[in-house]
Design a protein around this ligand. Structure first.
Ligand code: KG4
Ligand code: ZN
Length: 331
């Protein structure tokens, strides 16, 4: 049994998987404390992880029906993420590995989002092209094997999740506003207002201009108009994010010629993006996979799966392990 810990942002999570990659438990505690601030406060996130981590791990072990002595390896998110938040998980895992004399495995959070597909589709065909859309990252990845992936394109400024959350804040929603835009947009007209799509080179993205466009648009409208058309504005804004994401991804499909495409990360929980992504798969006659909701947003099951592959490949960390906030090569 492998125990996995995730604490990179505002979710304290632990999961257990067996050697075949079957998830035996997947426990998550979200930090509601950030909602009133309109974003994650790093110091509060770190304290909340400290308060929750022992209980979350205990629940994960209980739900898996094992004791801590049956854990044969521990995997932990090393980064990218918030330093103080990552430190809690990394130190917990280091202490656990040391006390039980078991392997410690360092997992890259982004790779784990990409590998979340292996939970439900362990025999997925390689190489595949993955669109990874989270609160902190927006990347197109060419995935040659579980441990071999290359960034084909990425955002030059904000991530798609940030565009959702910051746009949502302007519209008066609490953090994280992405799911609320999704909810309101379901009743709105996506052609109500043509928000712009950035024209950036290669397979890259930019969402900062779209955010500013929403700001300027809202400044020009009176409050009653915005309230009356809230659903329409959400639907139009969501459409612009989706189109930006999928137009570039379609170009990458044409260049790389995959047989399988996948959608990962917290924003993959968006109902409109899910629908449009599956339509894109049909259009190009490709197999298209999207994980279950609980494996899209931050979770420890994906850390377990990634950790299992690293463990099997002999990639073991030691007690000198320290978290990283960004990718080591910043790419
Ligand atoms: O992957 P994730 O849980 O954390 C990071 O690694 O960043 O992604 C969180 C992001 C947030 O920006 C949140 O608003 C967004 O995923 N999100 C959504 C939806 N559910 C979560 N965005 C749009 N629609 C949703 N239904
Ligand atoms: Zn994430």
């Amino acid at each position: 049994m492998l125990l996995a810990i995730e604490s990179s942002c505002d979710e304290t999570a632990a999961a257990v998987c067996d050697l075949e990659g079957k998830i035996r438990s997947n426990v998550l505690r979200s930090q509601a404390i950030h909602a009133k601030y309109g974003g994650v406060i790093p110091e509060l996130a770190s304290r909340a992880h400290q308060q929750s981590i022992v209980t979350v791990v205990q629940h994960a072990l209980q739900q898996a029906g094992i004791t801590k002595n049956e854990v044969k390896a521990i995997a932990v998110t090393q980064g990218p993420g918030l330093m103080g938040a990552l430190l809690v998980g990394v130190h917990f895992a280091k202490g656990f590995a040391l006390s039980k004399n078991i392997p410690l495995i360092a997992v890259n959070h982004i790779q784990a989002h990409v590998l979340a597909h292996l939970i439900e589709h362990p025999n997925i065909e390689y190489p595949f092209l993955c669109l990874l859309v989270s609160g902190g990252h927006t990347q197109i990845m060419w995935v040659k094997s579980p441990l071999e992936m290359k960034v084909v394109g990425q955002t030059l400024d904000d991530a798609a999740g940030e565009a959702f959350d910051k746009g949502a804040k302007m519209l008066g929603f609490t953090y994280p506003g992405g799911p609320l835009i999704d909810k309101y947009a379901q009743k709105g007209n996506s052609d109500f207002y043509p928000f712009p799509i950035a024209n950036v080179p290669d397979f890259n993205y930019s969402f900062s201009g779209l955010k500013t466009a929403l700001l300027y648009y809202l400044q020009k409208q009176n409050t009653d108009f915005v309230q009356l058309h809230l659903a329409d504005i959400c639907a139009s804004y969501q459409k612009a994010i989706t189109q930006a994401l999928l137009d570039k991804f379609a170009l990458a499909i044409q260049k790389y010629g995959p047989k399988v495409i996948t959608l990962s990360g917290g924003v993959a929980a968006n109902s409109y993006i899910r629908t449009k992504f599956l339509e894109l798969g049909k259009k190009f006659n490709l197999e298209a996979y999207i994980p279950k909701f609980e494996y899209c947003t931050d979770n420890a099951a994906m850390i377990a799966i990634a950790g299992l592959h690293l463990w099997k490949a002999g990639k073991i960390a030691d007690q000198s392990l320290v978290p990283f906030v960004m990718y080591p090569n910043d790419s």
